[in-house]
Design a protein around this ligand. Structure first.
Ligand code: MOS
Length: 731
């Protein structure tokens, strides 16, 4: 067993000393050519010989109970091989990092579109036909509640407080009390969820579209009632996840069950509509923000009370006020959450769960407060930056938020911002807005193996690459540590037979799998130093040459037989002693059409400090992707449910409006400030995937207000809402 390294104290910044010049460089993703030429095989691309096709059957009621499923209604149809249902077949996917079978509702139906059975046939068409014809008898409940405002709610945990909010609010010279709502969102990953299951005796191989294989393996085994050692999951390429592929889903368990029963491989692919219906979505939220400040702009009171939703019996509740708890300090802080039980698709993690919607509200409230106080919004934030987490008293491990705000204002030309409504170009009002960004940072237990021969190195871990750049950065860390050109490092991911890593989630993949890879490579350096007869600190490895102890030896001579090291890392004392978060500042300029209410984002700037940047290109792509999603959640993205039935009306990418190229400004700039987070992990990095979305939408909505006076409290700010808000504008 590999001993696990615990992050108990700051580690030397070895990646600043190695000198190969590869870490941080904007290298292309090594798997890119395979992806763009169609040679990277995604889960559903592989169809083993004799595979059968499964199609999920979905509930046609919104709340109630299944009384019977009449298999004979389809069993005689040509090509049909079987109908699978019952308690083992999971209907609700696992939440992220569950590591065990998800809780299942027995015969109950909790939402329209819930997977309740699988029909397997010789062809996809036959299976789909039979799935639609299968007779399912229900006992539907009356009075289905699909609107969180009308549902039963219960409090999620105790209120979290510091100081006395009510007293501080009452004593504040200026106060603000606002309620904002956000729409439910879909992850909308390009690759639909799919699984191909194949048994060899009692060993299962599953090709899936999954983000966290170490956990998924246990979830799948537990769902099937077998040992985790009997399961191998392969997920080498994943067409986006954004949280929707964190936990094992119905398609994977159903494929495995059917394949075992039929004695042949089974492939289950969700259609785009299936994905919208039954993959975990982001909750809608209602958020009440109360801010109290003195006239000079010092915050005295801050409370953030939110309501989120889920189906009955599901425990997940989006941590909406996460960033509000540490971003600004105040004498009195208070945070509460209620959970509404409704008959809509269950909710789960979608990119930056918490901050993505919480900061839409918080950062608009801060903008409203700045306006109320007559203080520049950048100034108001600068006045209220704490030096430690105000709820936990932990010092921040690294924060350059003040620099992000100042540099951003400078680079964006914030000084040219006009008073509200004063800049008009023809039919367009033009304005600027800004917001802070924050997303807390984590280290999750991870292992990786590095092999070195005279020819080059290989990295092996079950870490996934969901389009983020894991292949690139793990190769870069290894090449940097072993002094190799990047072309001499091969990275193998997405296979549970490799050492188990964090997987992709919570922006912690690069930190966690990257640290394990770093430590494995460091152990190899130690061995090489021994062979050179020098200490680790005297050893240099560059371009395939080892130097140390007054000797210079090519690696090809130094490494005769393969050197293999596996390393494992986990969070330790530094995660208690310090609080780590990525920080940044978003700026936006928008034009709002005076008559149609259309909002065009003209330019965006994100200045971010995210610890050590491992690859300047993939990091930038992540930041840009997040900011574009911020634009989507501010202006266009909304899962619409029929209020009477809870049926989803927006079940494809024609109706669920993610920003298209034409919606995204040509001038979308990202600046990284140099930073090292010594307390976060041995490679001094912070999470990158989610900081870009956190706060970005608020900067756009604050710009809309500056442009034309419209403050839209129900997001997204679609043209109808912008027009109404312009009419109501108080200037
Ligand atoms: Mo993320 S929402 O943890 O993929």
């Amino acid at each position: 067993m590999t001993k696990t390294f615990r992050m108990d104290e700051a580690q030397p910044r070895l990646l600043d000393e190695t000198g190969q010049g590869i870490v941080g460089a904007p290298l292309d993703r090594p798997e890119g050519p395979k992806k763009v030429s169609g040679r990277a095989a995604y889960a559903a691309d592989g169809l083993p010989p004799h595979a059968a096709h499964g199609v999920l059957v979905r509930a046609t009621i919104s709340q109630g109970r299944i009384t019977s499923i009449d298999e004979s209604s389809v069993s005689g149809m040509p090509g049909v091989l079987g109908v699978f249902h019952g308690p083992t077949m999971i209907r609700n996917p696992a939440q992220g990092m569950a590591g065990a079978a998800p809780v299942q509702p027995d015969d109950e139906v909790h939402y329209h579109g819930q997977p309740i059975a699988l029909v397997v046939a010789e062809s996809f068409e036959a299976a789909r036909d039979a799935a639609q014809r299968l007779t399912v008898n229900y006992e539907a409940e009356d009075g289905v509640i699909t609107d969180p405002a009308r549902s039963e709610t219960h409090e999620q945990g105790d209120p979290e407080t510091a100081g006395d909010f009510e007293a501080a609010f009452a004593a504040s010279e200026v106060t603000l009390d606002r309620t904002y709502t956000t729409a439910p969102h879909a992850a909308a990953a390009m690759e639909p969820h799919a699984a191909v299951a194949e048994w060899d005796g009692d060993a299962l191989t599953l090709r899936g579209a999954l983000q966290m294989l170490r956990f998924n393996k246990k979830e799948l085994a537990d769902s099937l009632g077998i040992d985790a050692e009997q399961v191998r999951i392969l997920s080498p390429y994943i067409g986006g996840g954004f949280g929707s592929k964190l936990g094992i889903g119905p398609e994977a368990v159903a494929a495995a069950l059917a394949a075992r029963e039929l004695g042949r491989p089974v492939r289950v692919v969700m259609t785009r509509q299936n994905v919208f219906d039954s993959v975990l979505r982001r909750t809608e939220t209602s958020q009440r923000l109360r801010l109290g400040a003195d006239k000079d702009g010092r915050l005295r009171a801050l409370s953030h009370d939110d309501r989120v939703s889920n189906i009955r019996d599901e425990g997940f509740a989006e941590p909406v006020s996460q960033a509000s708890q540490f971003l600004y300090g105040a004498e009195g802080l208070s945070f509460t959450q209620t959970l509404a039980r409704i008959s809509r698709t269950p909710t789960g993690s979608v990119r930056a769960p918490g901050e993505a919607v919480g900061m839409l509200a918080l950062e608009q409230a801060m903008d409203e407060l700045a306006e109320e106080l007559g203080i520049c919004p950048v100034e108001l934030r600068l006045k209220n930056l704490p030096d430690k987490n105000p709820m936990t008293d932990q010092p921040f491990s690294a924060t350059r938020l003040a620099d992000c705000l100042r540099d951003g204002a400078e680079q964006f030309g914030w000084a040219d911002r006009k008073p509200m409504g004063e800049r008009r170009e023809g039919d367009w009002y033009v304005g600027m807005g800004m917001a802070s960004a924050a997303r807390s940072n984590m280290l999750i237990k991870s292992a990786a193996r590095v092999r070195l021969t005279g020819e080059g190195a290989v990295v092996e871990t079950d870490m996934t690459d969901i389009g983020t750049g894991s292949y690139a950065i793990l190769g870069q860390i290894t090449a940097e540590m072993l002094g190799l050109p990047i072309a001499q490092v091969e990275v193998r991911l997405g296979d549970t037979s490799f050492p188990g890593a964090s997987g992709s989630g919570g922006s912690f993949g690069a930190n966690s799998a990257g640290s394990a890879t770093f430590l494995a490579a460091k152990a190899i350096r130690q061995t090489l130093a021994g062979r050179m007869g020098c200490s680790l600190s005297e050893l240099t490895l560059q371009d395939g040459i080892a130097r140390g102890g007054n000797r210079e030896v090519p690696l090809s001579e130094l490494v005769d037989a393969e050197l293999v090291e596996e390393a494992s890392v986990e969070a330790g004392g530094t995660s208690e002693s310090h609080f780590s978060s990525g920080f940044g500042a978003h700026f936006a300029e928008v034009a709002v059409h005076a008559y149609t209410g259309e909002v065009r984002v003209r330019r965006m700037l994100g200045v971010m400090a995210m610890g050590r940047i491992l690859n300047e290109k993939t990091a930038r792509s992540q930041a840009i992707g997040g900011m574009i999603w911020g634009l989507g959640s501010a202006l266009t993205e909304e899962l619409s449910h029929d209020p009477r039935t809870g049926h989803l009306a927006t079940r494809d990418l024609a109706n669920y409006h993610v920003p298209a190229h034409a919606d995204v400004p040509g001038e979308l700039k990202v600046v990284f400030l140099e930073e090292r987070d010594d307390m976060a992990n041995p490679i001094q990095t912070k999470g990158i995937g989610e900081l870009g979305i956190s706060g970005a939408g608020a900067a756009i909505l604050n710009a809309v207000r500056n442009a034309c006076g419209a403050r839209v409290y129900d997001m997204p700010a679609t043209p109808d809402r912008v027009i109404a808000a312009m009419d109501a504008a108080d200037f």
